[in-house]
Design a protein around this ligand. Sequence first.
Ligand code: MN
Length: 397
Amino acid sequence: MKYSQETVIRKRVAILGSTGSIGTQALQVIREHKSILEVEVLTAYNNAELLIIQAVEFRPNVVIIGNDSHYEKVRSALSVFDIKVYSGHKALEWVVQMDTVDIVLTAMMGYSGLLPTIKAIEAGKPIALANKETLVVAGDLITQLAKEKGVNIYPVDSEHSAIFQCLVGEFHNPVEKIILTASGGPFRGKKREELINITKEQALKHPKWEMGAKITIDSASLMNKGLEVIEARWLFNLKPKQIEVWVHPQSIVHSMVQFEDGSVKAQMGLPDMKLPIQYALSYPSRVTSLNPRMDIASCTNLNFELPDIETFRNLGLAYEALNSGGNMACILNAANEIAVSAFLEDKIGFLQMTDLIEFCMGNISFIRSPVLDDYIQTDTETRKIAKERINSLILHN
Ligand code: MN
């Protein structure tokens, strides 16, 4: 990405996925910075109760509930206010194009972020990107479109925000490599045989970050880091071999950039998503935050170790998908979404998630230069094959 400077004005924000972990933290950021940020649009898929509470507090212009069956409930609860209520995915694709939206925060889950993000970029809206799957699925298409439209994509993912923060003022300087840090998740140091019977309760306990269920499982399996490698490739226009992953259990160094003169810049801070969210919304300004400050005395023992990709094969699969190009990362992502849901429903074990992804990568037709329709079809086909595979595994157990 090339980042143009924007003047600091009050920004009207559309939050797609306002009831999730990133969405609720974004609203906390906006609550603390009402002079520069206001809520124009709130959307959620299922959580009508929380969406109503948020709408009453922030009084957006438009609210969208994805699931039609909750439409009447949301509409009637908000009818006394001057708030327009819609439902369905078409509404989502339309709302991001409204003249009164200055920036779109994409914080919905998984593949569902793709089409609204494309519509927002087509309408020239800057994106605060929390939905990494969008870039994993169709990074070439999204970044090409953003370039054509002159639209900036600001990373919200903490590692990518760290890299972005290291690059500000250096966009003209070539990057030698980046180092993405990983906490290692709850199973760091464990071997394959110890992971066979891991339960979802164990996998849902992340040592450093409070997040939604899908990303927490992705963190435990290291798929999250794999998706982030692909996300970084597209955001910062890097080759796969320029992207390294190091496990850093303290989660203080959020990532690093090494420039061609050998200088390494790191961005540090306490693990708190409110900072990257705030920076994506306030860039190029840094605005005051009341969040707790890092105590430098507690940073005397920062460790870095290479990830164990023999045990956590997902990270290797992500590099493979990146090297293959085409629709392979789209296959990886769809298979992973199905795998994580099946794991959360106790249908498959922890290690079987990786087997399923690998199976799909080897069995879905590869398309070297996909267009949007190819991605949509690949996603549909992969989900179908993955579900069939899970059913046949269950039958044979
Ligand atoms: Mn991250």
